[in-house]
Design a protein around this ligand. Sequence first.
Ligand SMILES: C[S@@+](CC[C@H](N)C(=O)[O-])C[C@H]1O[C@@H](n2cnc3c(N)ncnc32)[C@H](O)[C@@H]1O
Length: 247
Amino acid sequence: MPAVSRAFQIPTPTGNVAIVLHEPSLTEDNLGLKTWASSYLLAKRLHSIDLTEVDPECQRIVLELGSGTGLVGIAAAAVWGVHVHLTDLPEIVPNLASNVQTNKDLTRKSGGIATTGVLDWSNTAKIPSDDGCYQIILAADPLYSPEHPELLVQTIDRYLVRTAKARVIVELPLRRAYAPEIADFKQRMCDLDLEILDQGEESGYDDWGGGENGGPKEVRCWWAIFGCRRPGGVFLLMSSSAWCSPY
Ligand SMILES: C[S@@+](CC[C@H](N)C(=O)[O-])C[C@H]1O[C@@H](n2cnc3c(N)ncnc32)[C@H](O)[C@@H]1O
């Protein structure tokens, strides 16, 4: 895939906005340099997620993990008019930060702010001021290796505030090869006392071929909204297995 800049139409409460993203040419493992089907689907879904329940006193409201080119996080800032912190690996963040800058006026118009930073899920070093301070965590297409479920869920555990208003919102492509990672992710979320409040499936497109006649490839995706089963409560390991099912 060569480098490209393109605009994504995203619905907001006041009409569609066009988020312009630069995608450098794809190199080896740097999957975050492209915008994937599930992130476009999730970005378009955000306006239907009611944030009136969000605690206005929480200063850092939204954290995005594995932001890639930034579509979901920038859309969240524009749709919800809140502060969204977009994060990824060090090699992905320069392009991410540049995309946030490109769309700065658009997010500002809605009263939102988007910031960027490095957040490597495998870095378990504690930053006390950041612990448990986000009310909403977003992630699109974050699981494509056997270690990802554990790394992602341990990061969610660390950054998510445990209140009735806490939410983890994910959208994942249902690639057959990664079915074990998705099942593992669901189980680990359940083990953290996070339950699925709403979920569904929808289809999108990865648009660099692989489909019929070299056209865009249809990708079936699963989205889910998790909340705390027992906000602020004590987690009882013994009894959790009774309600934890990966399906
Ligand atoms: C398939 S891409 C999805 C990017 C974007 N969310 C999207 O859907 O377009 C997966 C993203 O997870 C990031 N990622 C993978 N391992 C990571 C880790 N250990 N810590 C932080 N981010 C990671 C990658 O750099 C990449 O941006």
